[in-house]
Design a protein around this ligand. Structure first.
Ligand code: G4P
Length: 525
């Protein structure tokens, strides 16, 4: 066991997720203000892929370049080291978000009170539930008219399949919004439009005391009724259930007005998990172990075309990461050392000597890393849990300049390592298929191949509905499937077989006919 226990206990590494526009950026910014990490509001805005740019992919790439600095935002609050992992809001970069979630120990989901549960929230929460990540819900924009709080909680339970329990409760909303009652601490925080609230709420000993009426007038009775109803309907908050991902506490507030954010943060540091270990193919690795281990969950290309280096983001799982120390790159079976590992503190980057479990270290990379790689102090193990999902859009990619086939191959290889898209190679035809989640990536790939690798590509149409990984213990059936579907089998980048289903119907047919074969839509099975 290492002597890192104190450092581990005081760390919280989490991601904020939401449907675009719910208020993720604003909330992040307010949290950073509390940590003293930034001094002025507006500082994090560059992090966001702006709405106006949704069809302008070059602008999006440029903004993603800027966001390297805000990929991880570390700050200290009440002697707790908080690492916020940024997730791209744009839906075409959803896979980035899924991967980032593998490096987080918990999440905060932001929901717009007027819009309720939106499609991207649903998708992201589903992934969190798969991984049993503890979830806190923050209902935002209470200064605006929105859905009734009880109805919204019902909607969350139904659509997100979360069991919830409110830890704060709003007194009205929209123009009549008066504040929130903090169920956890029995205190009332009053809302004044335009005033940022940074002090603790008023302590209330008993909601039936008459001075509550002085503050809330006619809304006092409604609050008393609501709280009574909550007591009857929702389970009492239990930290173990939250940590097991079985129950999600809910907070209400307004990020823009910095209202309810301090309550969220104070509760968060109390209840959110400190760094959790990770499962490897060999064994479960505990954060307290003395030997260093970590995995790459994100690779960001340098946006400067003169430098083709990249930053690999490594989540420290166990032990202490030290500068200028040789570590084992398990996949390559090579020792590597890093002279300028980078830590991310809010918007600043700095070179660090030591990093602890839960921390994210940025390593300059010239092409050694790909997503999912494990580095250790020597032990040969591979962390699990960086899934690939079956893409939604597909195209054949062809070389448009025969003189540059080497460059093209290298470019495609490296872009796939970064996780920009997935590559499948037809087992018989040898043709390369690019699969993506969003249409933007095709343009991004074409542009980057040309500008960073000097290669030109051309796309050709392919009729493809889904790719499915498959396995079976029934060898004769598997052999029959392989023989009959030979033209519809490709290899993914790791050399695993995938079935190229050209329609929902053909997938269904295959599933019906080959009942002993399991088809999977994520690479982790
Ligand atoms: P996102 O990162 O989840 O996409 O959302 P972001 O924080 O950028 O917020 C989206 C919009 O919602 C922004 O307005 C922001 O000011 C607003 N907003 C965030 N929190 C609140 C809140 O508590 N109350 C109200 N009324 N609005 C809130 P915008 O006009 O789109 O952007 P901007 O021009 O203000 O930057």
């Amino acid at each position: 066991m290492s002597s890192n226990i104190k450092e581990i206990k005081r760390r919280r590494t989490f991601a904020i997720i939401s449907h675009p526009d719910a208020g993720k950026t604003t909330l992040t910014e307010k949290l950073l203000l509390f940590g003293g990490a930034i001094q002025v509001a507006g500082a994090v805005k560059s992090n966001k892929i702006k709405k106006t740019a949704t069809s302008d992919w070059m602008e999006i790439e440029r903004q993603r370049g800027i966001s390297v600095a805000t990929s991880v935002m570390g700050f200290e609050y009440k002697d707790i080291k908080i690492n916020i992992l940024d997730t791209p809001g744009h839906q075409d970069f959803q896979e980035d978000t899924f991967r980032t979630l593998t490096a987080a120990d918990s999440v905060v989901v932001v929901i717009d009170v007027a819009k309720g549960v939106e499609p991207q929230t649903e998708k992201l929460v589903k992934v969190c539930l798969m991984r049993k990540i503890p979830i806190i819900v923050f209902i935002n924009k209470m200064d605006r008219p929105g859905k009734d709080a009880f109805e919204l909680l019902d909607e969350i339970e139904q659509k997100l399949l979360l069991k919830v329990t409110p830890l704060s409760w709003p007194v009205n909303m929209g123009p009549g919004f008066k504040g929130v009652y903090n169920i956890f601490s029995n205190s009332l925080t009053l809302f004044t439009p335009g005033k940022q609230v940074i002090e603790d709420g008023l302590r209330i000993n008993n909601l039936s005391d008459t001075y509550v009426d002085d503050y809330l007038d006619e809304d006092a009775d409604k609050l008393r009724e609501d709280i009574e109803l909550i007591d009857g309907v929702y389970p009492e908050f239990n930290i173990d259930d939250y940590l097991d991902g079985k129950i999600s506490p809910v907070f209400f507030g307004s990020a823009l007005n910095n209202f309810g954010v301090k309550e969220l943060l104070d509760n968060f540091i109390e209840i959110a998990p400190s760094p959790i270990g990770r499962e490897s193919e060999l064994r479960f690795v505990q954060p307290e172990e003395a030997q260093f281990s970590g995995f790459v969950f994100k690779i960001h290309a340098n946006m400067d075309p003169n430098h083709r280096d990249r930053i690999a983001f490594v989540r420290v799982v166990s032990g202490t990461f030290k500068r200028n120390t040789y570590y084992q790159h398990v996949r390559l079976d090579r020792k590597l050392k890093f002279s300028s590992p980078t830590a991310f503190m809010a918007q600043k980057k700095s070179i660090v000597d030591e990093m602890y479990p839960g921390d994210i270290v940025g390593l300059h990379d010239t092409g050694n890393f790909k997503i999912g790689d494990t580095i250790t102090e020597g032990e040969i193990l591979n962390f699990k849990g960086i899934p690939s999902f079956s893409p939604e859009l597909f195209k054949y990619i062809e070389n448009a300049n025969p003189m540059k086939s080497k460059q093209l191959a290298k470019g495609i290889d490296q872009l796939m390592d970064e996780g920009v898209a997935q590559l499948f190679t037809g087992k018989h035809t040898g043709r390369k298929i690019i699969g993506t989640v969003g249409a933007l990536q095709f343009e991004v790939i074409q542009y980057r191949l040309e500008h960073e690798y000097g290669a030109t590509c051309r796309y050709e149409h392919i009729t493809l509905y889904k790719t499915a990984w498959f396995s079976s213990s029934n060898k004769p059936q598997l052999d029959d499937f392989r023989a009959r579907k030979a033209n519809q089998i490709a290899l993914d980048k790791e050399g695993r077989e995938v079935f190229l289903a050209d329609s929902q119907f053909s997938l269904q047919m295959a599933q019906d006919k080959y009942s002993d074969i399991e088809f999977y839509f994520t690479s982790e099975f």
